[in-house]
Design a binder for this molecule. Structure first.
Ligand SMILES: NC(=O)C1=CN([C@@H]2O[C@H](COP(=O)(O)OP(=O)(O)OC[C@H]3O[C@@H](n4cnc5c(N)ncnc54)[C@H](O)[C@@H]3O)[C@@H](O)[C@H]2O)C=CC1
Ligand SMILES: O=C(O)CCC(=O)C(=O)O
Length: 390
């Protein structure tokens, strides 16, 4: 029996993946894995024995990934599974950043009680809510991953001139990006050449305060900024000042804060980017499937702290060793097997930055201290023995 603790409301489609070998609840004690959305794990003790965290979503800044790596907890996310939902809300927000629809709706509510006068009042008052069309305007997209590419292509399709900035763009993303999107090689150039920008990078130490007073000063006067990535990517103090000085014309964010709520020219959305049934199902199903494959078969797909590594299941005993990416790790692991007369049927070893993973299907052999022996190798983070069926 595997135990899964859910730390957020997760779509019930997880049960398509997690059969009766799984006990899933909010209160699970001694969980083998967590399934979460945006729950903040930074201030929580990670339970002993936790093997995996399945983040049903893209961003993992709510997870202490380095601490997980040290403890041998594999952190998974679900790349692209909610990208379309975010893209749709970003496109809607491009219009909201232009046309003063939200202010207009609020103002219209004040006309309640005016009876037959409403038509006349509407025509007289609507001028205050005029705003430009997006067609022909320039949109700068920061980060051309799963979401950024979709947003760039959709914005081009509605007639915008699209510029993109992503020094680390993947080959896959580049293949999917419309050729009409102009490549900008610096953030400063992107800001200076855009009427609107939209941010689609992860929040990490390198992207914190990526948008700040210095580069906002070089942006086009009145630039409209959309932030559906994370609040910390834009320096809030600098942003508020730039809004006051009209350097930033509009700011639409999925990440409200005390300083932003109620400010003129700011629209705060309650983190709804991925809140569609389709997206919630996609993310939940993918996270559950990845966690299951890891718990049962040791296979890793879409981890943010260990390399992707898998083997086809044959029912043979499988040794799974998470270790540091250091010389002679595989040599030491296989020497222990050789000393015990255990033959290797199949194996895969992958590395990623500081970490590595070795999966070995064994012809014979049982635990009998094998896992402990592996754990004693300097540089091994953790080891498990299982029978991989699929
Ligand atoms: N509002 C919401 O509900 C949601 C928000 N998000 C946020 O959006 C972020 C992006 O999501 P995805 O597109 O799915 O991720 P992704 O990993 O597919 O794409 C991120 C892209 O950012 C690029 N990048 C990284 N550092 C950069 C930098 N300094 N400058 C320019 N580009 C840089 C990467 O090369 C990559 O192409 C997530 O990390 C998350 O924080 C994601 C999903 C839903
Ligand atoms: O689960 C959610 O609604 C949050 C989605 C999100 O922010 C992400 O996937 O990074």
């Amino acid at each position: 029996m595997y135990r899964i603790q859910t730390l957020n409301a997760i779509s019930s489609v997880i049960y398509d993946e997690l059969d009766d070998q799984y006990q899933v609840s909010k209160e699970e004690t001694h969980p083998d894995a967590y399934l979460i959305r945006s729950a903040n794990l930074h201030d929580q003790e990670l339970p002993e024995g936790l093997l995996a965290i399945g983040r049903a979503g893209a961003g993992t800044n709510n997870i202490p990934v380095d601490a997980c790596t040290e403890k041998g907890i594999v952190v998974f996310n679900t790349p692209g599974a909610n990208a379309n939902a975010v893209k749709e809300l970003v496109i809607a927000s491009l219009f909201l950043a232009s046309r003063r629809v939200i202010e207009g709706i609020e103002w219209t509510k004040t006309l309640k009680g005016q009876g037959d006068e409403i038509g006349k009042l509407v025509e007289k008052g609507k001028n205050q809510f005029v705003g430009p069309e997006v067609k022909g305007k320039r949109l700068g997209v920061i980060g051309l991953g799963a979401i950024g590419v979709m947003v760039a292509n959709a914005a081009h399709a509605i007639g915008m001139e699209v510029l993109g900035y992503d020094p680390f763009i993947s080959i896959d993303a580049a293949w999917h990006l419309s050729r009409a999107v102009k490549h900008e090689s610096s953030l400063e150039a992107l800001l200076a050449n855009s009427d609107y920008i939209t941010i689609h990078v992860p929040l990490n130490a390198k992207t914190k305060d990526l948008i700040n007073a210095e580069n906002l000063a070089r942006a086009n006067q009145g630039i409209r900024i959309l932030n559906f990535a994370r609040g910390g990517i834009i320096n809030e103090e600098d942003l508020v000042k730039a809004l006051e000085e009209k350097q930033v014309g509009r700011y639409i964010t999925d990440f409200p804060s005390e300083a932003l709520i109620g400010l003129p020219n700011v629209i705060c959305i309650p983190h709804l980017g991925a809140s569609t049934p389709e997206s919630e199902d996609n993310c939940a199903r993918m996270a559950a499937a990845q966690v299951r494959d890891y718990l049962e078969n040791g296979n890793i797909r879409n981890s943010v702290n260990f390399p992707d590594c898998s083997l086809p299941g044959t029912g043979a005993p499988r040794l799974a060793v998470l270790h540091k990416n250091e010389p002679n790790m595989v040599g030491q692991i296989t020497s222990i097997l050789a000393a015990r007369g255990i033959n290797i049927n199949n194996m895969n070893n992958r590395s990623r930055g500081q970490t590595a993973y070795t999966l070995i299907d064994l012809d014979n052999g049982s635990d009998d201290g094998l896992v402990e022996a592996m754990g004693n190798i300097q540089g091994v983070i953790s080891a498990r023995l299982m029978s991989a069926k699929r």
